[in-house]
Design a protein around this ligand. Structure first.
Ligand code: F6P
Length: 192
């Protein structure tokens, strides 16, 4: 059966400082993950020739750098746009935009950052990606937390409005194999 592999980018400098959005480089640990990823993938996908889908942000290209496969960049895989909050920490947002902080807490799926996006917006912009995925084989997607949560929810058959709470941790390769009644999943953790 067809499988899809998904992974977040390795830890970035913004992940370390707790800032959201941006276009930061990988941290040292994130680079270690990038170095480990080919082995993790090979163990799971064997000799299949994969195609790697990345976003237009540096941290996904840096994570995919050592993978010996063709890479395809998609703007639609960029992280949820946090608008005016881009580059802030959750603490900064709570201080500078207290009403927004509260609104997001109350309805995380529908909350749209000022000048940015909501999870609902991301689900919509992912439609072409999902369509293309459904008719492709041997795809590995290296992208961002919010985007992967939506893709993961889709394949697991979870309601899309549950996407914001899906567990998609760093430094974990997830193999999804859709079957007749449910999608099988396997998680592989990198020791970095
Ligand atoms: O912190 C990493 C990150 O990918 C941010 O860039 C993004 O805004 C956030 O996670 C999405 O997670 P949440 O929707 O839980 O804030």
């Amino acid at each position: 059966p067809r499988s899809i592999w998904i992974s977040r980018h390795g830890e970035s400098m913004y992940n370390l400082s707790g800032q959201i959005g941006g276009d930061a480089d990988l941290s040292h640990r994130g680079q270690k993950y990038a170095e480990e990823l080919p082995k993790l993938v090979k163990n799971s996908a064997g000799d299949r020739t994969l195609t790697v889908w990345i976003s237009t942000l540096k941290r996904t290209a840096q994570t995919a750098k050592h993978l010996p496969y063709e890479k395809l960049q998609w703007k639609a895989l960029d992280e949820l746009d946090s608008g005016v909050c881009d580059g802030l920490t959750y603490g900064d947002i709570e201080k500078q935009y207290p009403q927004d902080f509260k609104a997001r807490d109350e309805d995380k799926y529908n909350y749209r950052y000022l000048g940015g996006e909501s999870y609902r917006d991301v689900v919509i912009r992912l439609e072409p990606i999902i369509m293309e995925l459904e008719r492709s084989e041997n795809i590995l997607i290296v992208t961002h937390q919010a985007v992967l949560r939506c893709i993961y929810a889709y394949f697991m058959g979870s309601p899309q409005d549950k996407s914001p709470w899906m567990e998609v941790p760093l430094h974990t390769l997830i193999k999804l194999t859709p079957r007749a009644y449910k999608t099988e999943e396997e998680r592989m953790y990198a020791d970095v």
